[in-house]
Design a protein around this ligand. Structure first.
Ligand SMILES: Nc1ncnc2c1ncn2[C@@H]1O[C@H](COP(=O)(O)OP(=O)(O)OP(=O)(O)O)[C@@H](O)[C@H]1O
Length: 361
């Protein structure tokens, strides 16, 4: 259940985005558990620019899905969500997402901000043909079904699917990659402005992942979408994303353009995450796993929550929580006292100066 509280102050500095479609301020989620309070989203503030592709990356359990649920006030019971989420449709109005009534929220969820999750199979009703899902969604939102089905056919062909065949199939008659593309078409059939994708390609093979990413790029251009793409696969999303936001221990710890993050990551965690990532240019022997383990949300370390694993940590890091602040550029921000020393202490195991090099792999 959400509390619909609004925060008093936006205490955290956030990147200066010119035309935000979504403003997230001090988003926080906790669960009261028998063994203590589990804070699974901790004071996240970020602006999402209209028309951008924002990749949200981090290890498993870092809070990425929680952030996605928070955006749509969809945190499961008994989670408590607080903070301020403001949606700007682009017509001069603004919507206080956490203040919406149930019916308004239902509309917002498909018509303005739509979501695709990992595992298309669990999103489709196995007893209903794919076409039935489109009709049902259009009817539930009082859209013109004929016009909507025309749009569905166009979307399916944009995604290199045969519209009639797919609409007339049961979900299990399609391959995993086809199901996932059909689900993407379904999620944009009501012409939302924002598409949030939570590990949408994780269950697919690498070739299919890449082909879906490139289709998404085309879809984004054609339908003026803003894309929020959540993944633990940093190099994969770096090819598509304009900016990357890195999460660690339920917080945002770095944000910047993909080039800035891949070429000049400022936070020690981001640098180690990149060095721990398999890469075609680096032999496996150069891959360096990050020592230690991710924190338990009931027992997050004091100060900077990364300090027990960080080679740069000193006493200040143990006692003080570093604020998000500008690093090499105003909009490349990180929460680290020692970001200026991170490149020297944690050199990259391969050169990643810009994303085009990754593109060519
Ligand atoms: N219903 C719930 N009740 C209590 N804790 C939860 C619940 N759902 C998730 N969590 C906890 O919230 C934290 C963040 O989980 P989240 O799913 O957001 O991580 P993630 O970064 O998306 O991970 P993954 O990549 O594995 O999906 C985890 O510690 C998880 O155990």
């Amino acid at each position: 259940m959400s509390t619909h509280e609004t925060s008093q102050t936006a205490s955290t500095e956030v990147p200066d985005v010119a035309d935000p479609i979504l403003e997230i301020r001090d988003a926080e989620v906790y669960f009261d558990m028998d063994r203590g309070v589990s804070r699974v989203l901790d004071n996240v503030s970020v602006d999402i620019e209209r028309g951008e592709v924002l990749g949200i990356v981090g290890e498993s359990g870092s809070g990425k899905s929680m952030l996605a649920s928070a955006l749509l006030d969809a945190v499961v019971d008994p989670g408590i969500l607080s903070g301020q989420i403001t949606y700007h449709p682009g017509d001069g109005s603004s919507v206080d997402v956490l203040g919406l009534e149930k019916e308004q929220l239902r509309q917002l969820r498909w018509e303005d901000i739509s979501m695709v999750f990992q595992g298309a199979m669990s999103s489709f009703n196995p007893t209903m043909k794919v076409g039935g899902h489109f009709e049902e969604t259009l009817e539930a939102h009082d859209y013109d079904v004929d016009a909507g089905m025309e749009r569905a056919r166009e979307l399916l062909s944009d995604l290199y699917l045969e519209p009639e065949r797919v609409l007339d199939s049961f979900p299990h008659e399609l391959s995993g990659g086809m199901q996932q593309r059909a689900l993407i078409a379904l999620s944009v059939v009501l012409e939302p402005n924002v598409l949030v994708m939570d590990e949408p390609t994780a269950a697919l093979d690498l070739l299919m992942q890449r082909s879906i990413l490139s289709l998404l790029e085309d879809l984004k251009e054609k339908y003026d979408l803003t894309l929020i793409f959540i993944t633990h696969d940093l190099p994969l999303i770096a090819e598509l994303a304009d900016r990357l936001a890195v999460m660690y221990a339920f917080e945002l710890i770095e944000i910047g353009t993909s080039d800035e993050i891949l070429g000049d990551a400022a936070h020690p965690y981001t640098r180690s995450l990149l060095n721990a990532t398999p890469n075609l240019d680096a032999p496996l022997s150069e891959m360096q796993a990050i020592e230690g383990s991710a924190p338990d949300p009931v027992n997050v370390p004091s100060g900077c929550s990364y300090h027990p694993r960080c080679p740069l940590a000193d006493e200040e890091c143990v006692s003080e929580d570093p604020e998000f602040r500008p690093t090499f550029t105003e909009n490349h921000q990180a929460a680290c006292f020692h970001w200026q020393d991170s490149a020297e202490v944690i050199p990259f195991n391969i050169e990643r100066s810009d994303t085009s090099e990754v593109d060519d792999e």
